[in-house]
Design a binder for this molecule. Structure first.
Ligand code: SF4
Ligand code: SF4
Length: 220
């Protein structure tokens, strides 16, 4: 999405460098980010199936069985919480999460700033509230390096979105979350000034290698 120059209606997303570090730690399952959601309930009204894992013991004890379905391709004990016809989560009551203290880890980990960081929307017509919030976030930069890192994340996300067919089997990520997560993992590839000379296939290989380095814990 184009970057707006009107900052009057924007919401402080925090320092980009700090957020990036926290988001990368969160993707490794090492802590989370603290989203200044305020009154926003976008996550709870956006037709999301919410993964509920066996570790979500307190949530499982409170979520009615009727709104849980078995999670496909996962071991026994993994569920997905469905949503109401209007797209709201069945645990949302009178505008608030009725199990907030015991909500699933997925809800705790969700941070819509990842889409703002990647310059993409969270989804289509079923996610207007999140998309609006995404367009409102405005990051700050403590250094030139932070600004360059953000430019690299934006470039990575744009490449992944536009060059899906260059990925093995033509199967680059298409869902916004998949694009944004891969961009956060592999943005370092786009810090390389020589990248402009590389072809799409080489860039894809570099993205895959960097993503593997991230997953193995080699890349901080
Ligand atoms: S959409 Fe973003 S700001 Fe709104 S509740 Fe979800 S994470 Fe918080
Ligand atoms: S469990 Fe609570 S926090 Fe999670 S989506 Fe439902 S209402 Fe929102």
């Amino acid at each position: 999405m184009p970057e707006s120059t009107d900052t009057s209606a924007r919401i402080d997303a925090g320092l980009f460098g700090e957020w990036l570090m926290q988001m990368r730690a969160s993707l490794r399952g090492d802590g989370g980010t603290d989203v200044p959601c305020g009154e926003c309930r976008g996550c709870c009204v956006s037709s999301y199936y919410i993964p509920v894992r066996p570790e979500d013991v307190q949530a499982l004890a409170r979520i009615p069985e009727q709104v849980l379905v078995t999670a496909q391709g996962q071991p026994p004990g993994h569920f997905m919480m469905t949503y109401r016809e209007d797209g709201t989560c069945p645990m949302l009551r009178q505008g608030n999460c009725s199990i907030y203290e015991h909500r699933p880890q997925t809800c705790r980990d969700y941070d819509c700033r990842i889409f703002a960081a990647a310059g993409i929307q969270a989804g289509g017509a079923d996610k207007p509230v999140i998309n609006r919030r995404v367009s409102e976030w405005l990051f700050r930069y403590a250094s030139t390096e932070d600004r360059l890192a953000h430019d690299a994340v934006l470039a990575a996300a744009a490449f992944i979105r536009d060059q899906r067919s260059a990925f093995p089997g033509g199967r680059g990520p298409t869902a916004p979350t998949g694009i944004a997560v891969l961009a956060i993992k592999a943005y370092a590839v786009f810090l390389d000034p020589n990248l402009t000379n590389a072809n799409a296939a080489d860039i894809v290989q570099a993205i895959i290698a960097e993503s593997r380095r991230f997953d193995s814990g080699e890349a901080q």
